[in-house]
Design a protein around this ligand. Structure first.
Ligand code: TEU
Ligand code: CA
Length: 583
């Protein structure tokens, strides 16, 4: 029972500021019954791996009853465990195992939409008079018979699906089997709050909230929805700008806080595509906001030609100066106002070492550099399963090898409707496809990397013999031991949690350097983080306005260098240094 902290609207316990969160994608973590699908007993069997890593919280992607059209992000029963993942008893045993190790659990709350096989929708689509009809979003066709708006869904096609029984369309921002819930309906909101209490009363410690900034739709006064601006060929236009950050978002989330969150000691993070700095401040302000932090996407779109709106499939090399500008804006804007999440990957993004590092010759060095780069910043770091091993992207030979609805739909539309060259489209999937992150976890070099004794639901990355947890645990220089050391430092050095961030060398194309400062004057604790985002050897020179003559090597991905580490110091390929400065 997650004891209550009834301090309505009073500042909350902010233990999560010094936490490190580990994300588990249950389908790909550990199978225990040979069906090739990861499950809850599998997670329980691997809790020591998480304890040794030193993480404080697990974010568990959806494990609820679901037809798995979008791998669980389409829920048909919010209070039940999907049979392929196990039973509620398996869940309770897993949670007990986590708590026994001092690890908290954050569940995935997917309430912008449900599955079309949820009882609510089964009822709702049967008749306009059904009490559940208003739990969803329905519109009649336009007078010319066309769909209510020109919005394109995230997985291609229109957001509107015809429902014969009631003679109208229903809205689905994602797949047609993910109908959007109508948050304008107070009865629906009350249902959601009940579901949250159900899990919190079981001892769950918080929620990651799926596309939570899409729940308030841009209704016109006459109850219609506006068309999206025409920004490209064809009828369908980008829809996320129309539905993200809607007019009643803060009102709904404040109500959620008052009705539920403030009555428990929780950690919350809201996934928020297209969220701006202003929204970041507004939603994460401890007094007037509603959530502890957001997952914003600006740094995830820097290597996409079109960004979130234009789509990620057309990609370009990352310009480090863009990354500095984006990370620095969020670091500075939320300092003392709200709080940042820190992530480079999750189950929707490609593997960071392949995307931002070098997954060939310098895989270990660049994976370690990216870890120091991210965990050195102010905010709560997230580690996605396999990141602690430096797992890489995969390139399966055929589209038949892929499972992700987003990639499969994109491939079909691009090759069949747009006549694009399949090889070109596969190149986009190799670079940006979500299955890159979803190949099963590499536990050892044995059969199927120790993930399953059956046939894995998604093929393994063939490099598991070289990259796996058992091998990494034996090697003190492995990426895994590096993460263990890095995560442990956050516990003993408050400067890493509360220190002010300041960017150095903003225009350098290869070096990302910044300081963290806790306190003021001579007694201030000052750390310098220097990261080489290249395989070259740029020379690092501490800017003159940062007064420091010597330093302590706190952590690096190479042994301490000879001579002066602060002035005229050539960096090694993909090198990272965490240094404590002395005047
Ligand atoms: O993702 C929302 C979201 O923004 C992603 O669709 C993202 O834009 C895209 O995958 C990047 O290419 C959340 C979940 O994380 C995702 O797994 C679900 O598919 C989606 O919502 C719908 O629930
Ligand atoms: Ca299984």
């Amino acid at each position: 029972m997650n004891q209550t902290v009834n301090q309505t609207l009073n500042p909350r316990h902010d233990w999560w500021k010094q936490s490190v969160v580990y994300q588990i994608y249950p389908r790909s973590f550990q199978d225990t019954n040979g069906d090739g699908i990861g499950d809850l007993p599998g997670i329980t069997s691997r809790l020591d791996h998480l304890q040794q890593l030193g993480v404080d919280v697990v974010w568990l992607s959806p494990i609820y009853a679901s037809p798995q059209d979008d791998n669980g992000y389409d829920i048909s029963d919010y209070r039940n465990v999907a049979p392929e993942f196990g039973t509620m008893a398996d869940f309770d045993a897993m949670l007990a195992g986590m708590h026994a190790r001092g690890i908290k659990l954050m569940m995935d709350l997917v309430v912008n939409h449900s599955s079309d096989e949820h009882e609510w929708f089964r009822q709702a689509r049967s008749s306009r008079d059904n009490p559940y009809h208003d739990h969803y979003i329905w519109r009649d066709p336009k007078p010319d018979g066309s769909p209510p708006t020109n919005w394109e869904a995230a997985f291609n096609g229109s957001v509107w699906e015809w429902n014969e029984p009631t003679g109208e369309y229903y809205l689905h921002m994602f797949s047609r089997k993910q109908p959007d819930l109508n948050w304008e309906n107070p009865a629906l909101r009350a249902e959601v709050y009940d579901v949250m209490r159900f899990w919190l009363d079981k001892g769950v410690d918080g929620f990651r909230m799926d596309v939570i900034n899409m729940i308030s739709k841009p209704w016109n006064a006459d109850g219609s929805l506006p068309d999206a601006p025409v920004v490209r060929e064809g009828f369908l236009q980008p829809s996320f700008p129309m539905t993200c950050n809607g007019p009643r978002l803060l009102e709904f989330l404040r109500e959620m806080r008052e009705q539920v969150l403030d009555h428990y000691d929780t950690i919350t993070v809201g996934e928020a595509p297209l969220a701006t700095i202003t929204q970041g401040r507004e939603l994460t302000n401890p007094e007037t906001g509603a959530l502890n932090m957001l997952f914003q996407f600006e740094h995830m779109d820097l290597d996409s030609v079109g960004g979130t709106v234009g789509g990620k499939w057309a990609f370009k090399p990352l310009d480090l100066r863009d990354l500095k500008a984006t990370m620095t804006r969020w670091q500075e804007a939320l300092a003392g106002q709200g709080w940042n999440s820190l992530y480079l990957s999750n189950h929707d993004q490609p593997r960071p070492v392949s995307r931002f590092g070098d997954d060939g010759r310098y895989r270990v060095e660049s994976a370690k550099m990216l870890a120091i780069f991210l965990h050195g910043m102010q905010g709560t770091p997230y580690v996605y399963q396999g990141e602690e091993l430096g797992m890489t992207n995969v390139a399966f030979p055929s589209i038949e090898d892929y499972q992700d609805i987003e990639s499969l739909n994109m491939y079909r539309v691009a090759t069949e409707e747009r006549g694009q060259d399949p090889a070109e489209v596969m190149a986009s999937i190799y670079a940006k496809g979500r299955d890159n992150a979803r190949t099963p976890m590499h536990w050892n070099a044995g059969a199927n990397a120790g993930f399953t004794s059956g046939t894995p639901w998604l093929k393994l990355n063939p490099n598991f013999a070289q990259i796996n947890a058992a091998q990494a645990a034996e090697d003190p220089d492995s990426v895994l031991h590096h993460y263990r050391r890095l995560i442990a430092m956050r516990r003993v050095h408050p400067v890493l949690v509360h220190g002010r961030y300041a960017l150095l060398l903003p225009d350098h194309a290869q070096i990302y350097a910044y300081t963290r400062t806790l306190g003021t004057g001579d007694s201030a604790e000052r750390w310098l983080i220097v990261c080489n985002f290249s395989g070259d050897g740029p020379v690092f020179d501490l800017p003159a306005d940062v007064a420091a003559s010597t330093c302590d090597w706190m952590l690096g991905n190479y042994p301490p260098c000879e001579g002066d580490a602060l002035h005229g110091s050539p960096l090694r390929p993909w090198e990272a240094r965490m240094l404590r400065l002395h005047a």
